[in-house]
Write a protein that binds this ligand. Structure first.
Ligand code: 5GP
Ligand code: MN
Length: 339
């Protein structure tokens, strides 16, 4: 069995992953995180199409959000979560820690770990317990890592393979605007475009906002508050609001992006009030404070600029806990005076 190695040997590990996939003759199952985003679905589709091109039996299990359906070439290209693994299965877990059973979707891992897990992820909080864990927080998107793997597999970027991978990179870099947009990102985007990634189709498809989203935004923007002397913007969304406008939780994913550009703020938080005792926080930072530190303190994780956590408490208690941790984080970076 392959053993974990130090994080430094990124290319070596990616080469091992390529070899592993080349040599594997059984089924390959691909899964990702709950509430999958463009990076999650783009990474799965890019790798699945590559593996199928190589003649492999590869299948993704995920719940594709409606706004990403345009990436699918046919209805059953991605199957709903709930796969039963056989011992011959190679499980590939993308854009999430394979051992975070609350976050992995598609397969129930508790007690039924397959013989081999290949985990490709860019979250620093990953516990790196897969047989082959390739975790690189410096990578802007999991799809960027998958694109590098596809290149190592010797498969050319075609429109079909490059379009989902480009979508993943574009999504996780805020359409090439966030500070994780480095030269490596732009170089890979360029390679993917050369291979046929359809930028016009991607952006046109992503900018088809359903009408009820405007009514939902109006509700959510009505809850906006500024805290910490204007350094933090918060908003909340609950089930009643969704029902009023005919929206679903899937529609909520993009809303934190609407509040994060408030002038003078360093931190944006959307409270998703699932129920009386379950609240999800989506945290976004402009880079001076760590959204990740706040999420970790509350039991979640993510990246410095974008992180999340689900707290099993009321909205009022969750908010109080958040405010405490946010003040600590502002203080840590020397922005705490007067808060
Ligand atoms: P979002 O706010 O869009 O759900 O998530 C932002 C980032 O934080 C993503 O990279 C996501 O993977 C991560 N994240 C969100 N919720 C959780 C959570 O409950 N636990 C962990 N470990 N990461 C999370
Ligand atoms: Mn990602």
């Amino acid at each position: 069995m392959l053993m974990n190695q130090g994080e430094s040997d990124y290319t070596g590990k990616l080469e091992r992953a390529a070899q592993l996939l080349q040599d594997h003759t059984g089924p390959v199952v691909l899964v990702t995180h709950i509430d999958p985003d463009g990076d999650a679905i783009g990474s799965c589709l890019g790798l699945q199409r590559t593996l199928r091109f190589l003649g492999k039996n590869a299948q993704t299990y995920a719940s594709v959000p409606r706004y990403l359906n345009f990436l699918l070439e046919n209805e059953d290209e991605i199957l709903p979560p709930g796969v039963v693994l056989t011992p011959e299965t190679l499980l590939v877990v993308l854009d999430v820690d394979s051992h975070d059973s609350k976050r992995v979707e598609g397969v129930t891992l508790e007690g039924t770990f397959p013989n081999f897990i290949l985990n490709i992820d860019h979250h620093g909080t990953n516990v790196r317990k897969a047989q082959l864990s390739i975790v690189e927080p410096a990578k802007a998107a999991c799809a960027l890592m998958v694109a590098e793997l596809v290149a190592l597999l010797g498969v050319a970027f075609t429109r079909s393979i490059a379009t989902p991978l480009f979508t993943g990179i574009s999504t996780d870099t805020g359409s090439f605007r966030f500070t994780n947009t480095n030269s490596e990102v732009l170089e890979m985007a360029s390679h993917l475009l050369s291979g046929g990634a359809d930028l016009g189709f991607i952006n046109e498809s992503l900018s088809q906002t359903p009408h009820h989203m405007y009514r939902l935004q109006a509700q959510v923007l009505g809850t906006v508050e500024f805290l910490h002397g204007g350094l933090t913007i918060t908003a909340q969304v609950n089930t009643a609001m969704l029902e009023t406008v005919g929206a679903s939780w899937e529609d909520v994913e993009s809303l934190v992006g609407v509040i994060r550009s408030a002038e003078g703020t360093e931190l944006a938080v959307l409270f998703k009030v699932y129920s009386e005792d379950s609240v999800k926080l989506s945290l976004r930072s402009r880079g001076r404070v760590s959204a990740q530190n706040i999420a970790i303190a509350l039991g979640g994780g993510g990246h410095m600029a974008a992180a999340g956590v689900t707290v099993n408490a009321s909205y009022a208690e969750t908010r109080a806990r958040f405010e405490l941790e946010a003040v600590k984080e502002f203080s840590r970076v020397g922005m705490g005076s007067g808060l």
